[in-house]
Design a binder for this molecule. Sequence first.
Ligand code: DP6
Length: 400
Amino acid sequence: MASEKPIVVVTCTAPVNIAVVKYWGKRDEELILPINSSLSVTLHQDQLKTTTTAAISRDFTEDRIWLNGREEDMGHPRLQACLTEIRRLARKRRSDGHEDPLPLSLSYKVHVASENNFPTAAGLASSAAGYACLAYTLARVYGVDSDLSEVARRGSGSACRSLYGGFVEWQMGERPDGKDSVARQVAPESHWPELRVLILVVSAERKPMGSTAGMQTSVETSALLKFRAEALVPPRMAEMTRCIRERNFQAFGQLTMKDSNQFHATCLDTFPPISYLSDTSRRIIQLVHRFNAHHGQTKVAYTFDAGPNAVVFTLDDTVAEFVAAVSHSFPPESNGDKFLKGLPVEPVLLSDELKAALGMDPVPGSIRYIIATQVGPGPQVLDDPGAHLLGPDGLPKPAA
Ligand code: DP6
């Protein structure tokens, strides 16, 4: 029997986010409820995004998913949690008396295809964009228009912050059922147009321990993490929100670096200890502090997640000089990659004073490349049917 066209096909994109007040530790592993609130900056999808197509059809016999062209197991508990949750919301919507545009849709199986526009091998966290995109796309397919924090969060905690553009907080909430553990926009992407983000992709030596396992051990063993979550993060959330509202880069940058350092301190306080920073990460930290000391103010700020790559915040007037400082200290090795990707950056010469202030022996090749980007919007629906990753038969289109 020739299969009929899927009755609904939707394609959406979602962004990566980088936390400036870090989430680390769960109070409920199943519901993915955090021990502290967190705050992040949404990165622009021109440089980093996930694209996801979801389709439903009466012909599909099972739920299936393809990630970056490879079929994966839809039975994965976190994928199942997202699917179950979205179907529950769709059912609830119907029982609440909303007119259902797709009366049969709930009994139909879904096919999902998802891909990133950046190499997974770069070690950039892709689960946040991936699960946010899954939640957002499934919501469109099943006609759900309620808050999607829970759906995305059940995939990966940090994913709920990728549901919005600009500056986003994930309020930890208090309820045991997690209904108040939601993401909210603090300021839109247009709020701070001068803010720039440089991702310094470090040549990784080995794959670090994943966040899920890492934070579990931290919760079990680190008294510092407990103290941070209870006593330090609440005032820090308020302060970070204020820095962003006032567009105070110096205060924003300092707090961002301190929070990153504190997160990595809790990793060292974990037993057995976890270390995500590499020698190159530590050299980048030194470079940033020397660059700032030379200028007598905080002009650039780093933050690191559960891996060695640095994400650096700065303002548009400082990008060119800082990129020159990075290229000076970590000369590119011709490895086939373009050293600078993303937003264009004008080449400038470093002053001898700054070179002397950096005072570092160049380490060629330890930074593979830089991605220059900026603050960006939340998930988008793509209207062009040409953007669908699934063909009319509901299977992934062959790669172009
Ligand atoms: C260091 O959201 O990846 O990036 O909820 O277990 O999927 P799970 O963890 P995940 O953890 C992110 C940790 C972090 C900090 C952050 O993004 O806030």
